[in-house]
Design a protein around this ligand. Structure first.
Ligand SMILES: Cc1cc2nc3c(=O)[nH]c(=O)nc-3n(C[C@H](O)[C@H](O)[C@H](O)COP(=O)(O)OP(=O)(O)OC[C@H]3O[C@@H](n4cnc5c(N)ncnc54)[C@H](O)[C@@H]3O)c2cc1C
Length: 277
């Protein structure tokens, strides 16, 4: 069974009646089939109107539509707080993938190596879902529950991401480490966002690390340690391995646990320096 609704309401009615697999850009869905034929009911939401694009909501911050592609992110006119998201967008596969692949697809696929998660955590992103039962808003940190596991219910779709006005402040940076420079799965990636406070000090900070635990995580202890410190190169010296306790890097073909741990620490130092003017 295959359906391609053009409105959110039509998509939600179908989801209320049946069990479907949602399809957006298909860049995770199709490779995930491997040699298997499609034998599930597929709800293709790629033609649903109104879910694509990034817009400013007057007082409420920004909204990223679920069907926004990574290429859309790259070309959008956004404040410097979104630089990390733009840098991540350039690292998602190749240009062909970026033209098809959507932001929501990356988050709903819930890979530990999803490059979109750390920069969206650094923007305090809130996931917006909809179903015949009604809308929900879930903090991204509560939405991705584990490797390939999310808080999405079977009758829901993600409609977009809200970025609170207060989180769209400051400057941000993203760094991805892979076994080669391009078209590669992350060994580790970090996003950082710094807001300037009074007297050249850090007013607020976000630091998130991906591919070093089942779910990308904010380093909240480090964030607290950065607040109030001079907003200059000395920030890198504050970062210590002790701040990375929440991580549990795996040992796999791409990198060892020890390598991932050291890489995360060094990438965060560089990521913070990348936020400086
Ligand atoms: C060659 C190649 C290279 C890649 N490189 C990278 C990379 O470097 N970094 C990276 O992070 N990813 C990479 N990917 C993975 C993929 O491109 C991204 O995760 C992409 O953003 C997925 O978006 P999509 O729209 O194609 O998702 P789809 O494949 O359409 O869907 C993915 C999952 O999300 C669900 N879903 C999608 N949209 C919604 C929605 N609105 N509501 C509810 N559920 C939804 C689907 O049901 C499915 O489970 C790569 C993929 C390929 C094929």
């Amino acid at each position: 069974m295959y359906a391609r609704p053009t409105t959110v309401d039509a998509a939600l009615s179908l989801l209320a009646e049946n069990r479907w697999t949602v399809l957006a850009g298909g860049t995770d869905f199709y490779p995930g089939l491997r040699d298997r034929a499609v034998n599930e009911a597929v709800l293709d939401i790629s033609a649903v109107e109104g879910l694509r694009g990034i817009r400013r909501d007057d007082d409420d911050g920004w909204r990223i539509g679920a069907l926004t592609t990574w290429s859309d992110v790259i070309t959008a006119d956004l404040p410097p707080a979104f630089d990390a998201l733009k840098l991540a967008a350039r690292e998602v596969g190749s240009v062909q993938i970026q033209n098809r692949a959507t932001v929501a697809g990356n988050i709903c696929n819930a890979s530990p190596a999803a490059d979109g998660v750390p920069p969206l955590l650094a923007l305090d992103a809130v996931v917006e879902t909809d179903s015949a039962q009604g809308k929900r808003q879930v903090a991204l940190s509560d939405f991705v529950l584990g490797n390939r596991a999310t808080a999405l219910r079977p009758d829901e779709i993600v409609t977009g991401f809200a970025i609170p006005a207060g989180a769209a402040q400051g400057r941000s940076h993203f760094i991805k480490l892979g076994a080669r420079k391009y078209l590669v799965i992350s060994i580790a990636m970090v996003a950082a966002r710094l807001e300037a406070g009074d007297g050249g000090k850090v007013g607020d900070a976000r630091v998130s690390v991906g591919a070093c635990s089942a779910v990308a995580q904010r380093m909240e202890g480090l964030e607290q340690a950065l607040i109030g410190k001079p907003c200059d190169e000395t920030l890198a010296g504050i970062v210590s391995p002790a701040h990375f306790g929440p991580l549990s890097p795996i040992d796999d073909v791409r990198a060892s646990t020890g390598y991932r741990s050291e890489a995360a620490c060094e990438l965060v130092r560089r990521g913070l320096l990348g936020c400086l003017p």
